[in-house]
Design a protein around this ligand. Structure first.
Ligand code: LMR
Length: 399
């Protein structure tokens, strides 16, 4: 019997496959604006100094590689929760919020998906249109009904009115996924006023928010970016938050993140955590330890924490300057106005407004890689090559 006969090939992952194609490209002027990783002025995704120092400490002091528990390292969970919700969070004080360590933010999303599927089986999940493509597949693969609410339209503008109108139509009790900051893929974030309006709809429709927080520190700052998750945690008794340490700690391949759950009280939190431990045991058993130990070491040490937050600020400011630099470089081509939104967007990504065909041409004619939707990882831009990038963009826009 040919067991595997019916297995067909699927296209590669829309983001990770770009990494592979870029690596295989021998063009000397190639530029990778695909996968969301930060690159410094040398084009390197360097390990932050604070991470290196923490790793050195761990190397010297670590005494075991035995399993960590199903919820991961309790110190990591506590300190990450404080980073997300604030050390003075009411939910923390009331002992009704808990963190489950996961393999990256993606693991947290998958755990949340399984949790919803098992324990809220009739609830659909609603994603922004557009959203990170893996959101779509994670929830669909977990067996959830996936719906969409408008976010950025064909005119490449945030449409809060349409978003609110759609959220108002969502069946009562459904789950709504919101990006805390640095919306992926568009880079368009909600204002405080917008968030307050979303909260009102969430309350009115009794929706369960799942806030994806993958870029804390890349938007306006560590505290500022946490504004919406903190608002929701104070205003609502129940909430899910997925937190990633991939970008802000530069721990991409260490797969470090957490699912935070706010429940009505400690007893209910313990019920939920018992179920999460069960689900996680069947997904990955126990989470990888190293990245979380690094994060806990940094967050527990005031000096390391300060060093890390300075390094993170530098990353954020550099990305902001790359945004402005690209728009300035487009000026001589008469395109500064058309691409002015790049300066206004936040985080690593820009929904440039380039069409799939233009993206294809950039790749084929100039070896410039971005996601087919027109999403560019601004953090991948080489400041020495603004002019070259602007010229290539102008070329595919004009012809
Ligand atoms: C991205 O959107 O490029 C990042 O979140 C990396 C990934 O896993 O897709």
């Amino acid at each position: 019997m040919n067991h595997f006969a019916s297995i067909a090939r699927v296209p590669g992952d829309p983001i990770l496959s770009l990494m592979e194609a870029y690596r295989a490209d021998s063009h000397p002027g190639k530029l990778d604006l695909g996968v969301g990783v930060y690159k410094d002025a040398q084009g390197l995704t360097a390990i932050p100094k604070a991470v290196k120092l923490a790793e050195q400490r761990l190397l010297d002091s670590e005494t075991t590689k035995s399993y960590i528990g199903g919820h991961g390292d309790p110190l990591f969970g506590q300190l990450l929760t404080e980073l997300v919700l604030g050390a003075d969070s009411q939910a923390l004080a009331e002992q009704r919020v808990g963190a489950t360590q996961t393999p990256g933010g993606t693991g947290a999303l998958r755990l949340a998906a399984d949790f919803i599927r098992h324990h809220l089986p009739t609830r659909g999940i609603w994603l922004s249109d557009p959203t990170w493509p893996i959101h779509e597949s994670i929830f669909a693969e977990a067996g959830l009904q996936v719906g969409h609410y408008p976010y950025v339209g064909a005119d490449n503008r945030l449409n809060v009115e349409a978003m609110l109108a759609a959220l108002n139509q969502i069946p009562q009790g459904d789950v709504v996924l919101l990006h805390a900051c640095c919306h992926n893929p568009t880079g368009f974030d909600l204002s405080h006023v917008d968030w307050l309006q979303v909260l009102e709809v969430v309350k009115a429709r009794e929706l369960l928010p799942l806030i994806d927080f993958a870029y804390q520190g890349f938007g306006e700052g560590l505290e500022q970016d946490a504004w919406a998750p903190r608002l929701f945690a104070e205003a609502l008794p129940e909430l899910l938050i997925t937190s990633s340490c991939s970008k802000n700690f530069g721990l991409y391949r260490e797969r470090t993140g957490a699912l935070l759950v706010c429940a009505r009280d400690t007893e209910k939190l313990l019920d939920i955590r018992s179920q999460l431990a069960f689900l996680a045991r069947n997904l990955w058993s126990t989470p990888p330890a190293h990245g979380a130990a690094v994060v806990a070491t940094i967050l527990a040490d005031p000096e390391l924490k300060m060093l890390w937050s300075d390094e993170l600020s530098n990353m954020r400011l550099r990305v902001a300057s790359l945004r402005d630099g690209l728009v300035t470089a487009l000026e001589p081509h008469g395109l500064a106005q058309r691409f002015a939104h790049i300066s206004q967007q936040r985080g690593m990504f820009s929904y440039t407004g380039l069409s799939p065909l233009q993206v294809k041409r950039l790749r084929e004619e100039f070896s410039i890689y971005m996601v087919g939707s027109g999403r560019a990882n601004v953090a991948g831009i080489d400041a020495e090559r603004f002019a070259q990038l602007a010229q290539a963009i102008a070329h595919v826009c004009v012809e």
